[in-house]
Design a protein around this ligand. Sequence first.
Ligand code: SAM
Length: 216
Amino acid sequence: MNITNDKVTEYLHGLYTPLTTELGALRESAEKDNVPIILKETESFLNVYLRSLKPKAILEIGTAVGYSASFFKEVCKDAKVVTIEKFLDKAEVAKKNISDLGYDITVLTGDGEEVINDMADELFDFVFIDAAKSHYTRFLDAAMKHLSSDGVIVADNVLFKARTVSDEYDPSGKYKTNIKNLRSFIEYIMDHPKLDSAVLSVGDGLSISVLRSIDE
Ligand code: SAM
């Protein structure tokens, strides 16, 4: 289920154009293989948002086939892009796709939190969380230690096909744990003393968090 009316989603998809033919082909092949990558309307929003934010260093948790990492690099050509994928086989596929597209992106392998905790003092000004939904809070905590003072953390799929909003969208209870953890993630960022956050009904739901300024 889409979190907005299906006609709205269809309309929004009709407005979408891939940034390059090659990215369009990678999206098509990921969608054909049922690899979950950022939705078209999420991409359209992030395209405009990143062009205005102009981050110099981007960190992503959840690489899959390397689609969103490649998209970030295409939009922010001068930015350093680092992406973390838990599984070696997926990371290898992503590396190949990224190299075929000619992008310079660092693909790290391992659990998002652990890899971030092992990083030196690197700072990022845009962090994109798009990995295991039950672990968003620990990814965010780890990423916050590497966030520049004007950095932004965006998490994807926080409304999880509206299941986060109501149990009626999970009638069998199959996604109970993910739902519980996404709800507590949203509470966590909304109540966090160091963050200002918003949840947007873009794509499958996006949260955006920024550090509160010290004098507030
Ligand atoms: N961001 C990608 C895109 O839009 O092209 C899609 C990422 S996909 C939704 C989520 C990925 O996160 C999967 O490839 C999965 O293997 C990976 N993942 C799951 N748990 C993880 C973890 N603990 N740390 C890092 N990556 C993880």
